[in-house]
Design a binder for this molecule. Sequence first.
Ligand SMILES: C[S@@+](CC[C@H](N)C(=O)[O-])C[C@H]1O[C@@H](n2cnc3c(N)ncnc32)[C@H](O)[C@@H]1O
Ligand code: SF4
Ligand code: SF4
Length: 298
Amino acid sequence: MNPFYLPFWYFEAKFLKRKKPLQTVLFITNKCNLSCTHCSVYDHTSPVMKGYGQIEEELRYSYNLGSRFVDFEGGEPTLWRDGSRTLNDLIDLAHKTGFFSTTVTTNAQEPFAGLKADSVWVSMDGIHEYHEAVRGKGTFEKLVANAAGSKHKALSANMVIDSNNFVNVADTLEFVKNSGFFKSIAFNFYTPAFGNAEDPLSLNWNDRGSILDFLIAEKRKGAPIMNSVSGLKRMKNLDFEKVCWMCNYILPDGTRLPECVGKSAGICNHCGFCMAGEMRSVIDFRPDTLLAGLKLRV
Ligand SMILES: C[S@@+](CC[C@H](N)C(=O)[O-])C[C@H]1O[C@@H](n2cnc3c(N)ncnc32)[C@H](O)[C@@H]1O
Ligand code: SF4
Ligand code: SF4
């Protein structure tokens, strides 16, 4: 990794106002083995599985834009295959292309021991019945077995908070602390795909504020929360100037977007993706956010 790349990128972004992405979210398939209540990505009718060659091209494209961190997304990325090639071949390919680090987000329904990603995010939307209300019966037990069995060195949980599971946030954090296999947990809020504020899964603004206050207090006490205090504070009020161009997206159908789909769908005012606050705090040079980002990515 070139040690000058990040300071140079920052200088260009902050002072020359260059909008070069640093991170890429690359959807490699929309095939999935679950049908989560909050998700609009999976396609069980005619799922797309991108070929190795297409992904190679998309990695090179993102690298040439300036991106150096890639998150392999789906659908369920661990289901990805092209002939005898598996997700580990894509991780090798990303490193060969020049990416500094790779991340995989998984529902952990398949064993993933030996996954070469630099960090792995396991989606855990609460514990026991709270997780299963979103992801289906039997999913929690499998998740725990596969996460524990992975022995991955940089394993974190990711919870999407909605109007049902928000009461389970404290217990989920406690579970992560005591798990012995999760290093930390990141929190996001349910984001309605079509911007409908009346969507029954959307958490009301008061409860969202209380959860953010709780997470900020816990983080200050040293809880293993990946979000930074500065980033969490930002998410209390979405009026801030967004810098979401820091992360480019390539969708399952190959569409290339300079920001997440939420931008084109016009749902930024209902955004629950806490990375929006983290990215803003990076540009504002908040030390706690920079530290959290470096810890995760480098
Ligand atoms: C689309 S999934 C793909 C990876 C994998 N299948 C999984 O569930 O981890 C990536 C992440 O997006 C989150 N997600 C899906 N729909 C969402 C929504 N409407 N609002 C916020 N996050 C969402 C999931 O919970 C998961 O953590
Ligand atoms: S496991 Fe991931 S991709 Fe599949 S339905 Fe759930 S959130 Fe969507
Ligand atoms: S504010 Fe949220 S929805 Fe809008 S582009 Fe940024 S991450 Fe996406």
